[in-house]
Design a protein around this ligand. Structure first.
Ligand code: AMP
Length: 194
């Protein structure tokens, strides 16, 4: 198994690079944002709860998020996937601790965390552009600043958390998408060899 967390602010390119990682390493994609948006589209009970947080640019509470993730991990088609790419999870230190425990129970671990680093001005431009192009409801000027605040206060501490475990790989997330992927691949190939 090869488990990778793709980490970064909203708009840092996690979704795009996840797709490249899936194609390259045959990983199973777990995107918590996509799962939540699907629940919202289907108007499920979870979707209603998620909508109330997402529309405010806030995170869904940890205990609910951990339950969702546990469920998603159990659906991982082990026979076909060579590992998991975690996209959008963990977003807080308690979520990271829960992930370690969940994987430990399965005799596994997080092998690498790819941190896509992009400055805030570029993130805002990218998110607003994505909002115009895809109609994604939370990609608007009102929530973008809140999401970035939440990222800095609640999610960024994970960089230290994973750095202290020797798992964090900082990647410059600005510029050409394929060049960014090359730097990710260079790092991950080394991790795989060890
Ligand atoms: P994303 O598509 O990853 O940017 O996620 C969109 C929104 O879903 C976030 O702004 C959060 O409100 C919510 N969300 C996604 N993943 C998580 C998570 N791991 N913990 C809490 N909230 C999350």
């Amino acid at each position: 198994m090869f488990n990778v967390v793709i980490f970064g602010a909203p708009g840092s390119g996690k979704g795009t690079q996840s797709q490249n990682l899936i194609d390259e390493y045959g990983l199973y994609h777990i995107s918590t944002g996509e799962v939540l948006r699907d629940h919202i589209a289907r108007n499920t009970e979870l979707g209603k709860i998620a909508q109330s947080y997402i529309s405010q640019g806030q995170l869904i509470p940890d205990d609910l998020m951990v339950d969702i993730l546990e469920d998603l991990l159990d659906k991982n088609p082990k026979e076909t996937a060579k590992g998991v790419i975690f996209d959008g999870f963990p977003r807080t230190v308690p979520q990271a601790r829960a992930l370690t425990e969940m994987l430990e129970k399965k005799g596994s671990k997080v092998h690498a965390v790819v941190g896509l680093e992009v400055n805030d001005d570029e993130l805002v431009d990218r998110i607003l552009k994505r909002g115009r192009e895809t109609g994604r409801a939370d990609d608007n000027l009102e929530t973008v600043k809140k999401r970035l605040d939440v990222y800095h206060n609640q999610t960024l501490p994970l960089r230290d958390f994973y750095t202290s475990e020797g798992k964090y790989h900082a990647i410059n997330g600005s510029g050409d998408v394929s060049k960014i992927f090359e730097s990710i691949k260079e790092r991950l190939d080394k991790v795989k060899q060890n």
